[in-house]
Design a protein around this ligand. Structure first.
Ligand code: PLP
Length: 382
């Protein structure tokens, strides 16, 4: 048996998207920057894909930039904002618990430029808008970056409120939104969010890995991360991949179209999961503060280290996540997970179970049965 509960790390490629991708790889063979027929066909495929993405995410096709990953999108946005505001040299601001792609990029930028970087603390996993207001009232800030949905807990952060505070107290500051875990889980309408940049990772929604998007507001200057032949209106050089653009558009469209249904299905699964854990008398604490998306369920298991449970489940063909997917394997828990206010040891007891539109209730019940049994066998209170 093989059961997968780690869509937050990546979703298995969607067969329909893969088929379209493979087909497009064979169809669009030209370099989209060339003027002959094969190049023009490739160009048109990319333009169509951008238009479809724009339609699905309520932005302008010109605001769509294809990237290799969300990490690249995030680096592009943050480094551009830092570069564009270098003369004002205002602060960089984020809440604790951001994904490493943002944190490491900010840490680098602050060190390289000598500019001030502040991480506002979370209160039991939550962003408190008052903290942002206080900071913006008393400091000159040029860059704000936050996550829409936490990859660790699934909490949906109050973006509208935070953007309003930026507009009120620091209109010069550019606002970047890491919406990686929001796609397919909450509605994303770029033109209504009021942010300047938005990053997405498409392997999280069934597209082949190596696919990301940066939405960049039209009238906001962007310094490219990758210089070269000036592709994508000079915002990201390197030869474009029409097949990946086509697959990306389908992945976005499907995620947006299925969002409401996925939400309903996963809410039911989450209920089944928590009820079954209680019935089996598993010791746990739910670490996904409300409002959280039902697709990401973070649990603190006092009786066993998450890594051990992950290994034992994996030996039975069941995959679950622990802490931040991208930093598992490191010696210390990720900074992001410690930002939840957990001690080093407690952070090692956090598992993250991802529920997806494809997950069946019986699979959730099987997971709980195996978890309960393994905790009985190996847990400290066994
Ligand atoms: N931001 C968040 C919230 C994520 O969950 C991830 C991946 O786990 C990333 C950024 C990085 O995405 P990518 O793998 O496309 O670089």
């Amino acid at each position: 048996m093989s059961l997968y509960f780690d869509d937050t790390a990546t979703r298995k490629p969607d067969p329909e998207i893969l088929a379209v991708y493979m087909d497009a790889l064979k169809t669009y063979t030209g370099n989209p920057a060339t003027g002959y027929a094969a190049g023009r066909a490739a160009r048109q495929a990319i333009d169509r894909a951008a238009a479809e993405i724009a339609e699905a995410l309520a932005c302008d096709p010109e605001e769509v930039i294809f990237t290799s990953s969300a990490s690249e999108s995030i680096n592009t946005a943050l480094k551009s904002i830092a570069w564009q505001s270098r003369r004002r040299a205002g602060d960089f601001l984020a809440y604790a618990g951001e994904h490493a792609a943002s944190q490491e990029c900010l840490n680098f930028l602050a060190e390289a430029s000598g500019r001030h970087l502040t991480y506002l603390p979370l209160a039991e996993g939550k962003m408190e808008p008052d903290r942002l207001a206080d900071y913006l009232r008393s400091h000159a800030v040029d860059l704000i970056t936050v996550m829409y949905v936490s990859n660790l807990t699934g909490i949906v952060n109050p973006i509208a409120e935070l953007v309003e505070l930026r507009d009120q107290y620091a209109p010069q500051a550019r606002f970047h939104l890491d919406a990686v875990q929001a796609l397919g889980k909450v509605p994303i309408r770029f033109s209504q969010l009021g942010v300047d940049f938005l990053s997405l990772s498409l392997h999280k929604v069934g597209c082949p890995k190596g696919s990301g998007l940066l939405l960049a507001r039209k009238n906001v200057p962007l310094t490219p991360l990758i210089h070269g032949g000036g592709q994508q209106h000079g915002r990201r050089s390197s030869t474009e991949n029409p097949a990946l653009a086509v697959a990306s558009a389908l992945a976005v469209e499907k995620a947006v179209k299925q969002q409401a249904q996925a939400q309903e299905h996963c809410a039911r699964l989450k209920d089944i999961l928590l009820t079954a854990l209680r019935e089996k008398e598993v010791h746990f604490q739910l670490c996904s503060p409300e409002p959280a998306v039902p697709q990401i369920v973070a649990l603190y298991l006092p009786d066993l280290r998450a890594e051990n449970l992950q290994t034992a489940l994996s030996a039975e063909g069941i995959e679950i996540g622990i802490g931040s997917a991208c930093s598992s394997g490191k010696k210390r828990p990720a900074a992001a997970i410690l930002a939840l206010g957990l001690s080093d040891e407690a952070a090692r007891h956090m598992v993250r179970i991802s529920l997806s539109p494809e997950t069946e209730p019986a699979e959730v019940c099987h997971l709980v049965e195996r978890m309960a049994e393994l905790l009985r066998l190996y847990g400290v209170s066994s």
